[in-house]
Every structure is written in C-alpha cells, then in structure tokens.
Design a binder for this molecule. Structure first.
Ligand SMILES: *Cc1c(COP(=O)(O)O)cnc(C)c1O
Length: 363
C-alpha cells in the first residue's frame, strides 16, 4: 500500500471543476491584484471565523510581520513565545529587531506553558505569541489574563489551526490579533503562498490594511513603513471554493484523528496526541511520540508510509539564534518532545483500510 501524506492531489480532483473555473476566471479578467475575489474571500473569512476583520495577505510569515508592525514592535522589544514551533514564529520577531524570549511547553499539548510566562516578563516585554501547534489553540484564558495584568498584546500564530475552536470561539477570533497561513499543506491551503490576519479592533484593522500596501493611506501617500503583503487574486479564487467545503474537511480530519486514536490506543510505547476538552484541533498534523523515532521512520518508509518530524530542532538551539545565548537543557520538555515527536499521514481522505494498515505497521 502507498499512502500520501497530505493528499493534495486527491483534493484537487474532488473540487477540480470549480477550482479550475476560479483560476480561469481570474486569468480572463486579468484582475490579478486585489480583484473582487479578495473582497469575497475576506467576507467569507469573517463569516467563518466570527472575527470583525479578516485581512488576507501574502503568507503566514507576512501575517505575523503585519501583526507585529501594527502593534509597533520595535528593536529591543521582547516578545514571549514557544521554542517548539516553525521558525517563522520567532524569525519574524528577530527580523523586526525585537528579541524572542522562549518559554518551555506543556508536555501534554506541546503548546506554551502559561505557568512559566510571568517570570520571563520584563519592562521590555511587549507581546506574547502563543502558537496553536498542530492545530490546537493554547491556554488562551490564562495567556490573556497574564497579558491584561502586564499590559501586553497577544498575537496568535494560528498558521496550523484555521477553524479550530477554544471554548466555542474560533482561534482567529481570539487574541488582539490572530494570524493564519494558507500554505498548500496547511489545513486550508491555497495553490501557492497565502495568509490572513484577523482582529476585532477597528483601528488595528485599518492599520494592517495600510501596512499591507506599503503603509499607504491613499495611492502614493504613505503614512507608515509598510510592505508588499497582498494575497494574489488567483489564490483568493481557490480559497473561496475550498472554504465552502472546509467545515466538512475539518470534521473529516477530526474523524481521522479519532480513528487513529482508537486503532493506536493499545500500542505500547506510543504517546497519542492530547486535545483539551474545551477546545478542538484543526489537526494540521497527527503527531505521536515514540522512543526509537529514526529507526521507525526508516522502517515505515520501506512500508510505503511517509512520516515527518515537526520539529526536530527547537528554536532556542538553532544556529540563527545562537546570539540569544540559549543552551541545551534550557527547555527540557521541548527538547525531549522534539526527540520523540513524529507526524503520521494526515488528510481528510484517509480511509479505514489505510489507517488499519498504518496501525499494523506501527505495532
Ligand atoms: C507554516 C507556519 C508559518 C508560516 O506560514 P507561511 O505561510 O509558510 O509563511 C508560521 N508559523 C507556523 C506555526 C507555521 O506552521
């Protein structure tokens, strides 16, 4: 049996006519930049998330940059985040000259441990960036309470969690600003790079929209130092089609995760994903923990089973962050999990036979 990790090919086949029509429509209208599809997408994203403002942009990375620029993050500001995430979370902080301050993770959810945040707050701290890792929101009430007490802003890195919920609200509705990515392999992916920024603050929304087009307020008049951060119309066309089916995709991802949980629960030496009761995961990844990861990955590869590691090297140990002065042992839980974590194939279309096959090969 040969199993596809994200199965984007199958998804294209499923919605092929509609998606190809949308692509052609943009080509024929030649409205490549900020066309009507963008306006439609932003309305659709607002409806889906409940956020007051949805601002599409060029990538998840640029969404984080736009969020921090909107909050006036400056060189020497400190921003608290997790070391167990994709590089973009902390890279964007450093790119603006600010300093990523890492806090260890919760060993069950792999998200930032809010009980360890307060002792890292200094007079330079400006914001907290929790990441909704693998699709599961972090402990948002605890994080928002700390932020309120110390007058900090909260930006959610929801690049993996579009459509997930926390106490009934979407991940995009929470925080001062919430960011997501439409990179093809994310739960809601477009056909290239894309992202979005969400906020319920009217003034921040106006500023983010301006920052997205070089800080302009009207054509060729620039109030801020901004960036070229627009989403292509063609990507909005694809997303408008895929968003119609996204609630179903999320339900299917949850079903696949439930089936994995059921079929792997009696396997010795495997730690299953844990999602807290008051929230849902978008299951961008289904990640388990095993002791003999590299050998197991090699064996599974022989069996036609692709696996991935998100992420093998914690950010505090990355070469690019050597100047921050962290060392091995600073975040023991993150370091331990990064040695053991392994993602199994995850997409809405995995069937019972495939899950049974994967389970048998993991035994
Ligand atoms: C994918 C990802 C990003 C970056 O998104 P891009 O659209 O690829 O720029 C940022 N943060 C996390 C946690 C991600 O998984």
């Amino acid at each position: 049996m040969k199993i596809d990790f994200a199965n984007l090919q199958y998804q294209h086949e499923l919605y092929r006519d509609e998606i190809e029509d949308a692509l052609l429509k943009v080509a024929r209208n030649c409205n490549f930049i900020m066309g009507n599809e963008i306006v439609e997408l932003e309305e659709n994203l607002k409806d889906f998330t409940g956020s007051s403002h949805a601002i599409s942009c060029s990538s998840g990375t640029d969404a984080l940059l736009l969020a921090m620029m909107a909050l006036d993050i400056k060189p020497d500001d400190e921003i608290i985040t997790t070391p167990f995430t994709f590089i973009a979370t902390a890279e964007t902080i450093a790119f603006l000259g600010a300093k990523p301050i890492f806090v260890d993770i919760d060993e069950t959810t792999y998200n930032i441990d809010p009980t360890k945040i307060e002792k890292k707050i200094t007079s330079k701290t400006k914001a907290i960036i929790p990441v909704s890792l693998y699709g599961q929101p972090a402990d948002m009430d605890e994080i928002m309470n700390i932020a309120k007490k110390h007058n900090l802003k909260v930006i959610i890195d929801g690049a993996q969690s579009f459509g997930s919920t926390y106490k009934g609200k979407t991940d995009s509705f929470l925080g001062d600003i919430s960011c997501t990515s439409f990179f093809p392999a994310k739960p809601l992916g477009c056909y290239g790079d894309g992202g979005a920024v969400f906020t319920n603050d009217d003034e921040l929304a106006i500023k983010i929209k301006s920052l997205r087009v070089h800080g302009q307020t009207k054509r060729y008049y620039h109030k801020y130092i901004g960036m070229g951060g627009r989403l292509d119309t063609i990507q909005a066309g694809v997303l408008n089609v895929k968003l119609k089916y996204y609630a179903k995709d999320l339900a299917l991802r949850q079903e696949v995760a439930d089936k994995y949980n059921e079929s792997l629960k009696n396997h010795q030496n495997i730690v299953l994903p844990f999602v807290k009761e008051d929230r849902t995961s978008a299951f961008a990844q289904y990640s388990i923990r095993v002791k003999n990861r590299e050998a197991l990955q090699e064996k599974l590869k022989q069996d036609g089973l692709p696996t991935a590691v998100h992420y093998p090297m914690p950010l505090h140990l990355q070469e690019c962050f050597a100047y921050l002065g962290y060392k091995k042992g600073d975040f023991p839980l993150c370091e331990k999990v990064s040695q053991e974590i392994m993602s199994l194939p995850m997409n809405p279309y995995l069937n019972d036979d495939e899950i049974a096959y994967i389970s048998s090969k993991l035994n």
